[in-house]
Design a protein around this ligand. Sequence first.
Ligand SMILES: [Zn+2]
Length: 180
Amino acid sequence: MEYDESVLTQRVDDVDQRVCEAGRGGHRMTFHCARCNTILGDSFGVCGEMKSLDSIMCLRVTSDVVIGDVMEPGHKGEMANCFYSLLKCRSCFSAVGKVIHSAPSRLATIRSLFLLDKANIACYILDSRSMVKASALTFDLQPLGPKIVEMSQQVKAKLDHMSHVKSRLADGSVTDELDK
Ligand SMILES: [Zn+2]
């Protein structure tokens, strides 16, 4: 993808109503590190928005998103009692989001999804060739979003179970595990 840097920089702050609705209207866009413009994901990977965390929920991101060490859970705020890792931009090491590994039930449905911080993400909208702040857009994909999240959880649960069975088989300790 080629674009003129100077035009993009100009338009980052030039947000009008038309652009505000871009996320909602199903426009195709790429997600970039707000600091260095590295591509971190795209709209095909989006499955909704987590308003309480001001984050875009993504099923997948590019290999330029680095998953950090697991953080100890805190006791306050939205992330209370959650084990999570920060997501960082591979190019400039800015924190660009987080992924939750384990969480209380209120956040259970977004475990293992990539949560990109809207404050640290810029969006390049392909149709209008404009770069805007993610915080100016909404990414609600109702009612499909929750279904995809639910499906991804189910797939993950199956995978977890399969790898558990596989490891039990590998050490030869169990055979009846397959019946579950
Ligand atoms: Zn960056």
